[in-house]
Design a protein around this ligand. Structure first.
Ligand code: 13P
Ligand code: SF4
Length: 336
């Protein structure tokens, strides 16, 4: 059982504003969440960037592609998304008959925020001959303005599925876009967005770690800047990074993505060493402040009251679903 932080509980109740109750501090949250899941036929989908306790109570843990596939196929009545807003929104778009709940509505994403729909619409209108491929880390409105969605695990294949001479706008992540341009030889037009976590990894600290651990392999997420990616032995999505660490014989890895992933890496490889790449500030690790807004207490309350719920307009759901379905069908054909 985890320690219960009363100040968190009070603040989450205040944020919801729908009820005034307190959590009994002796309550076993793990047990109570399990009971609520069964009682309500609810499923918990969690991203690898969630806290270890949350990953441990999840029914499925995955990257953005895996989570979308699970959200689409689940038989549960309620999907509790232990992740950020665009992920819960994607689940609602793919499975609108289900109730989708997110423990904290403030769990946003800097990358998603970097593409305001009204500005993106103007940008798109300036390039009418371009097809729009958009990274899943964006709002439903941006998805509705897109032709195909991609994630970090299928971006390359989605781009390569289009003819070489097809003009493409890639948004919102300029780092992922630049990486895909590099590996495919394309010249996609990039929107100037980035992730606040992956943008600030320190090249200097990476070089020092490589000197200290000369046998270590560097695993990096493609949301990182090119200076970091140039040092990587493997570049891929969170699932890709985990799979690589599971299969590779190396015993020490420097991990260039949000450190939440280390929980599964360590759990699945207890004899290997995983070192989180530090950011270029005084912090030792580089947590995503949005992902970390979710807590076990908020998950308990969210399941109990089925709030906050993701509600989307039907027209928006229809428009945003098309490019996501296109991504899922390309991924399925490619066996991803
Ligand atoms: P993946 O889930 O595709 O690895 O992307 C990581 C991420 O930044 C999610 O917000
Ligand atoms: Fe968004 Fe970056 Fe956090 Fe992922 S890690 S949710 S891209 S801010």
């Amino acid at each position: 059982m985890t320690d219960i932080n009363i100040s968190n509980i009070t603040s989450s109740i205040a944020e919801f504003g729908f009820y005034n109750t307190t959590i009994d501090p002796t309550l076993d949250l793990f047990d109570s969440i399990e009971k609520l899941k069964k009682e309500k036929n609810a499923v918990i989908l969690a991203h690898y960037y969630q806290d270890p306790d949350i990953q441990d109570i999840a029914d499925y843990i995955g990257d953005s592609l895996g989570l979308s596939q699970q959200a689409k196929s689940t038989e549960a009545d309620i999907i509790l998304f232990a992740g950020v807003h665009f992920m819960a929104e994607t689940a609602k778009i793919l499975n609108p008959a289900k109730k989708v709940i997110l423990p904290d509505l403030k769990a946003g994403c800097s990358l998603s925020d970097s593409a305001p729909p009204h500005l993106f619409k103007l940008f798109k209108e300036k390039h009418p001959d371009h097809l729009v491929i958009t990274y899943i880390n964006c709002s439903a409105e941006i998805k509705a303005l897109s032709d195909i969605i991609c994630t970090s695990s299928n971006a390359r294949q989605i781009v390569e599925s289009l003819p070489n001479d097809q003009k493409i706008i890639f948004a919102p992540d300029k780092n992922l876009g630049a990486y895909i341009n590099k590996v495919t030889g394309r010249d996609m037009l990039l929107w100037n967005g980035s992730c606040m976590v992956h943008e600030i990894f320190s090249l200097e600290k990476l070089v020092k770690l490589k000197i200290k651990y000369p046998d270590a392999k560097v695993l990096a997420h493609p949301e990182c800047q090119d200076d970091i990616l140039q040092h990587a032995d493997y570049i891929g999505s969170t699932t890709g990074i985990l799979n690589y660490a599971n299969k590779d014989n190396t015993t020490t890895f420097i991990v260039g993505t949000e450190p939440g992933i280390l929980h599964q890496m360590q759990k699945q490889n207890p004899l290997k060493t995983f070192i989180p790449l530090p950011p270029n500030n005084n912090c030792a690790c580089n947590n995503c402040p949005y992902m970390k807004l979710n807590t076990l207490e908020k998950i308990y309350l969210c399941l109990k009251y089925e709030l906050p719920e993701i509600i989307l307009n039907e027209d928006l759901i229809t428009a945003a679903r098309k490019p996501i379905e296109r991504m899922l069908s390309i991924s399925k054909n490619l066996g991803l």
